[in-house]
Design a protein around this ligand. Sequence first.
Ligand SMILES: [Mn+2]
Length: 427
Amino acid sequence: MRITKEQITSSNEKRLKQHQSRWHVLKEQLEEKGADTNEMIKQLRLFQIAIPSWALGTGGTRFGRFPIGGAPRNLEEKMMDIGLLHSLNSSSGAISLHIPWDIPDNIPNIKSLAKELDLRFDAVNSNTFQDQPNQKYSYRYGSLSHTDKNVRNQAIAHNLEVVKYGVALGTNVLSVWLSDGAIFPGQHNIREALQRTSDSLQQIYKGMPDDFEMLVEYKPFEPAFYATVIPDWGTSLLLVNKLGDRAKTLVDLGHHLPNANIEQVVATLLSEKKLGGFHFNDSKYADDDLTTGSIKPYQLFLIFHELVEGLRAQNLPMQHLSWMIDASHNIKDPLEDLLQSVEAIKLSFAQALLVSENRLHDAQLQNDPALAQEILQDAFRTDVRPLVAEARLQEGGVLEPIGCYREFKVRGELIKERGKNAVATGL
Ligand SMILES: [Mn+2]
């Protein structure tokens, strides 16, 4: 299924009058405060968030899965789904592949489909957290940290193979997440497991082309419930610092223990020039993989504030980092969930753009926490939905993504095309 230009135009025409009156009010309000709304729109139009190839089917939990039908059955169909999202929100113009779940068999075809759908390839992800059919050695007791050199070599070779796919597809970022760790105390030697992981990462790093970046993700627990080898940003930073300039830390919002100050982590990594990418989701407890912005929108805003301020201070564009959604969809339509996530991300980004950095900095220098809070919350409490909608309209998307998704009966069409029992590869 594809959404046509005519469908987009006619859906926008119906909503245009209401949108314009809302946008007019907000624009005036922002410009009174000295904001450059054209610049904000420009930044919002440029901002693209990659959709992972494994997020397009209903993921479920380890207890059960409730597929809703019409799931993409192969990489081409996954790309078509991302194309649908991108034509609605004009901000999902990138795909992040998970190897081996989505191995591109015919690279030229995949590349030309991507071009046609206006998608680029973002970071490629390796997978050594499960065994594949016909795999020689098992990852049951770890991969890059394994006690057996044969297992480590197999995992290293897999990562370098993923890099090759990345090169062929025109990306230069590899994301590594390891499930390696001990489930029970005493299961492994903590010090040696970290050392082996560091050595294995060195070999992957040395085997990558000179322009390739490696992002090292961390996660406090699960599946290792006692001691994950790379549990936190400090351990990731320690490893990437040893690797070199092209190795950086990847922050996944769900991969923190409850109440961790993620915005502080972001600011610290940015100031060390070691923040490489971002995985968006939300959680109430830990790694709940919920829709971005559905639980803690203020936290998301504070994170974006640090990102905007930190990148601006170093004269770097937002595109300097890899942005991706990393969530699992249990009961919602995954495409609606992704539309909501992208919207929440853009709203937080827009609010962060409203913060008057000069006024805030002055308040900080004057040691005036009350005024600092006023400045931050004035931005956070501004309803920026018309601003984000205006940016989307100018970029060729629809004014109301979820509304149009339902109006165009996308899920029904996908079920007709692919069947009620179609299942996506991956999680
Ligand atoms: Mn992640």
